[in-house]
Design a protein around this ligand. Structure first.
Ligand SMILES: NC(=O)N[C@@H](CC(=O)O)C(=O)O
Ligand SMILES: [Zn+2]
Ligand SMILES: [Zn+2]
Length: 429
């Protein structure tokens, strides 16, 4: 049986270094272990061992835009970023609104084998917001869809959203909402505020997000359903989430690394690499989002990894597509914004990047404790190392990273999926 020995790792960055032996797909021994014959040995030198990361929000672009990302290249980016499971959004072409597409994505992910690729099913047919898609058929398909979202679009019709939430309770699935009241964002190009006025962009108001989140929390509460809020970007949304959670609403939420680090000040260059939906917000929002994540008001970090072709990004701002790469930089941005600031320790990072997202999506074998008998889905992180981001060197087919040339802390040095090394020292295995 395949064996891997991780020598001298600090579990969750705590205590003295220990050796972790992985046999088959399982952690078989923790302590002082001498290397069995034939075991692959990883010298950890005191690095931080965490459960493999789980991304609830990834765009892999297959089928339809294989020129920007495929399940294979996106899986490689995920493995290099420390991920062992990703949720592939439904806004592909054709849309993942039926069991044929979700089963294709699921099977292709298995064939590539670098990360568990879980397809997200669309809530409405063709993401049009008019008719519910066949949620039950997708949930019962081989792909076993557990998360549904029209991401890229908001399920804005309250009657359709109510029906989706009610239907979801019988299937025990979660509806993930891209919260954007479309009537409030017609022509919107940037966060509504001083910067947008100065640059002459139509504003994307915070209330477009907050009004939908408040509405959906109430709809979910009345339906007894589970709601997940995608890419929270405003301070007011954090307040609404706290209010809803205090009432006992079954709501969870994610924040992206870019909304934890970047502000709309970046827009001064007019470079569309900074264009994203929801838009980069003000400094006060960023501060509030970090605090809300540290407190658990926001449950987890999700990348919203959104690859785009050069011709869709290197153009006039208003014509450019929104979205930015995220899988390979997420851990480092979380280290910079949450760990170096003292807001989270590494155990906290395990919670927001692995344990909570696995719970939200109902994955039984991810986000598990680092203990004997548990599945060996692992990420090894060198907390003291730094690296310089180069879009062209990332595994994604696209290169639209907003962190180009930035020096970031913390490097993922190895990733294990069910005991198999998928990435090591920046290379795919
Ligand atoms: N985040 C983005 O700006 N873009 C996403 C869609 C989305 O997440 O809303 C995309 O698919 O490119
Ligand atoms: Zn979205
Ligand atoms: Zn998205």
């Amino acid at each position: 049986m395949n064996q891997v020995l991780i020598k001298g790792a600090r579990l969750y960055g705590e205590g003295d270094p220990v050796d972790v032996l992985v046999t088959g797909g399982t952690i078989s021994e923790i302590g002082c272990v001498s290397a069995p014959e034939d075991a692959e040995v990883i010298e950890a030198g005191g690095q931080v061992l965490l459960p493999g990361f789980v991304d609830l929000h990834t765009h892999l672009r297959e089928p339809g835009r294989e020129d920007t990302e495929t399940i294979e290249t996106g899986s490689a980016a995920a493995a290099l970023g420390g991920y062992t499971a990703v949720f592939a959004m439904a806004n592909t072409d054709p849309v993942a609104d039926n069991s044929v597409i979700v089963e294709h994505v699921w099977r292709r992910g298995r064939e590539v084998g670098l990360v568990d690729v879980h397809p997200v099913g669309a809530v409405t047919v063709g993401l049009k917001g008019e008719r519910l898609a066949e949620l039950g058929t997708m949930a019962k398909s081989a792909a076993g869809v557990r998360v549904f979202s029209d991401d890229g679009h908001c399920v804005h019709d309250p009657l359709i959203m109510r029906r989706a939430l009610e239907y979801s309770t019988a299937l025990d699935v979660v509806i993930a909402q891209h919260a954007e009241e479309p009537r409030l964002t017609v022509g919107a190009q940037a966060h509504e505020g001083e910067q947008a006025s100065r640059l002459g962009y139509a504003g994307w108001p915070a209330s477009a997000e907050e009004s939908i989140v408040a509405r959906d929390c109430l709809l979910a509460e009345h339906a007894g359903a589970r709601l997940h809020v995608c890419h929270v970007s405003t301070s007011g949304t954090a307040d609404v989430l706290r209010w809803a959670k205090d009432r006992g609403t079954r709501v969870s939420a994610e924040v992206t690394p870019h909304h934890l680090l970047l502000t709309d000040e970046r827009l001064a260059t007019y470079d569309p690499v900074n264009k994203v939906n929801p838009p980069l917000r003000a400094g006060a929002d960023v501060e509030k989002l970090r605090a809300a994540l540290a407190e658990g008001v926001i449950d987890c970090v999700a990348t919203d990894h959104a690859p785009h072709a050069p011709q869709d990004k290197d153009c006039e701002w208003s014509a450019a597509r929104p979205g930015m790469l995220g899988l390979q930089t997420a851990l480092s941005v979380v280290a910079a914004t949450m760990v170096e600031t003292g807001l989270l320790d590494w155990r906290g990072v395990a919670k927001v990047m692995s344990e909570r997202p696995a719970e939200i999506a109902g994955l039984p074998d991810q986000g598990r404790p680092l203990a004997v008998g548990e599945p060996a889905n692992l990420a090894l992180v060198d907390p003291g190392a730094q690296w310089t981001v180069r879009g062209a060197e990332l595994a994604s087919l696209a290169a639209n990273t907003p962190y180009e040339g930035m020096r970031l802390p913390a490097v993922v040095t190895a990733t294990l999926l069910r005991g198999r090394v998928t990435a090591r020292e920046g290379k795919i295995c």
